[in-house]
Design a protein. Structure first.
Length: 494
């Protein structure tokens, strides 16, 4: 019996998904194709995952029979999966008799993961295993307001109503090291709230030689491993590059629709980590690992607005526009600059990410824009009539949740358009002391988020409060920890 036979009425039919109208025609067509692939490839296990608040995939692994049922009714999962901080500890009192501050999730009640068949992939590194991304819904079929994918989709609906489409291109840096020692050594076992020690690693390259062919050849085994895996997943890979630091790499993707790009980054980061782990490497998208001579990693987000009907790039200057950017692009740019402090809580959402903001490091530390200037927070690329004209925000970290990072850019830019915000003249001195600085810490970014009404208005007060609670839990644990620096500084001195 095939999986299609198990379904009877067909995927999505006469179940939770159909009752609540959760799939469009494209999803139904993709579901039928996914079931055929399962039969043709002999797939036995399917990982059904959703992006958690931190952009990490969580979910369940189903047998083919269970997946057939999930394509009609979804999959139940505990709501605490969306309530955890980066340590895996639930940050909300779900068992408090007075009730949870997160509506509808008291008692760790269930949510429903609804597969998105258009994201279905066969995993090239796992035997007879496939993967599918899910949206999260309440048991009554309503989308979960804390779903970060839902947050982005709502903002994209807004820009579509204006006859526009957000197109983004991704440049994501990361580190990959050779693992040493036992797979799980002493002290590496942790618990929620107290992660274990990280693995022991050694560098794969010496660094200091940006884009050196000799350096990329020295790590060809890893490069080929990643290329094969990412291409097999149908990800729009353009380049794999050796960066400045030891064991530092960059992956770039072709420009595409914003939601697809965010989905692809979730899969890409997971794929890179799993491929590396299976072959004795450790990959990390942490911005600045605590290892000798490392360079910080960033996530450079290229963005532009297109006309939905014609595909025309609305950021390129038209006849009569003053300068290389259109008036619409300048307004969008003004919004990115105006809301940069608050948006940092989404584009740089970890404590570690702020260790990257250093002068003269090809990472920004001030809120400025420049014409093709890689020291500025926003690098404007292109010119009159150039269909590739775009704005590159260089402030983000590679660990960011892509849905929130992109959504924060979009709402900031649209606000700039609506208020016709002037970005001023481009800088020639991106590390000039007179310019406003980016937040110096996650705490500063959260404080800025509290003070900026735009995100409360566009994301909803409920979501912003939820996000701040998660980030505050991370900050509180960090502030309570005694660091190596403190021990070295004071233990002998006093």
């Amino acid at each position: 019996m095939t999986v299609v036979d198990l379904l009877g009425t067909g995927p999505g039919r006469a179940g939770f998904i159909e009752r609540h109208g959760l799939w469009d025609d494209a999803e139904y067509a993709a579901a039928a194709q996914a079931l055929r692939v399962i039969d043709e490839h002999g797939i036995e296990l399917i990982r059904v995952v959703f992006p958690d608040p931190h952009g990490l995939p969580r979910g369940k692994t189903l047998t083919r029979e269970a997946f057939a049922a999930a394509m009609c009714d979804g999959v139940g999962a505990p709501s605490t999966l969306v309530l955890k901080d980066t340590s895996g500890r639930t940050a909300f009192p779900v068992f408090d008799p007075a009730g949870s501050p997160v509506a509808g999730m008291a008692g760790a009640s269930d949510l429903v993961l609804v597969p998105l068949p258009t994201t279905f992939r066969v995993l090239p590194w796992a035997e007879r295993t496939a993967w599918v991304l899910c949206d999260i819904h309440r048991p009554d079929g309503a989308p979960l307001p804390y779903s970060t994918r839902h947050v982005l989709r709502r903002q994209l609906d807004e820009v579509a109503a204006r006859g526009l489409e957000l197109r983004v291109g991704l440049e994501v840096e990361f580190h990959a090291f050779r693992r040493t020692g036992d797979p799980i050594g002493d002290g590496q076992v942790g618990r929620p709230g107290e992660p274990g020690q990280p693995p022991q690693v050694t560098a794969l390259s010496t660094g200091a030689q940006l884009l050196s062919e000799a350096s990329i050849d020295a790590v060809d085994e890893l490069v080929q491993l990643l290329r094969h895996g990412l291409v097999a997943l149908d990800l729009p890979l353009r380049t794999i590059e050796v960066e400045f630091g030891p064991s530092q790499f960059e992956i770039t993707f072709a420009p595409q629709d914003a939601l697809r790009a965010a989905d692809d980054l979730v899969l890409c980061r997971s794929a890179v980590k799993q491929l590396c782990a299976r072959h004795g490497y450790h990959a990390t998208f942490m911005a600045r690992p605590h290892l000798p001579d490392v360079m910080s990693s960033g996530w450079h987000l290229h963005q532009c607005l297109l006309e939905r009907e014609t595909g025309e790039n609305r950021f390129a200057a038209r006849p009569g526009d003053d300068g290389a950017l259109s008036g619409l692009a300048r307004g969008y740019l003004g919004g990115l600059l105006a809301h940069a402090p608050a948006a940092s809580a989404f584009t740089t959402p970890t404590v570690n990410g702020y260790k990257r903001y250093r002068p003269h490091s090809l990472a920004p530390d001030r809120i400025l824009w420049g014409a093709d200037n890689r020291g500025a927070m926003i690098r404007a690329v292109g010119g009159p009539g150039d269909p590739a004209t775009r704005l590159e925000n260089r402030s983000g970290e590679p660990a960011a949740n892509p849905y929130l990072s992109v959504a924060a850019q979009l709402v900031s830019g649209l606000d700039g358009i609506d208020r016709d915000l002037d970005p001023g003249a481009p800088t020639l001195r991106p590390y000039h002391d007179g310019a406003s600085r980016l937040p110096a810490s996650l705490m500063d970014a959260v404080t800025a988020l509290r003070a900026d009404p735009l995100f409360t208005r566009r994301f909803g007060a409920e979501f912003v409060d939820y996000w701040i609670t998660l980030k505050q839990a991370e900050i509180d644990r960090y502030q309570a920890a005694v660091t190596d620096w403190e021990h070295r500084e004071y233990f002998t001195l006093y």
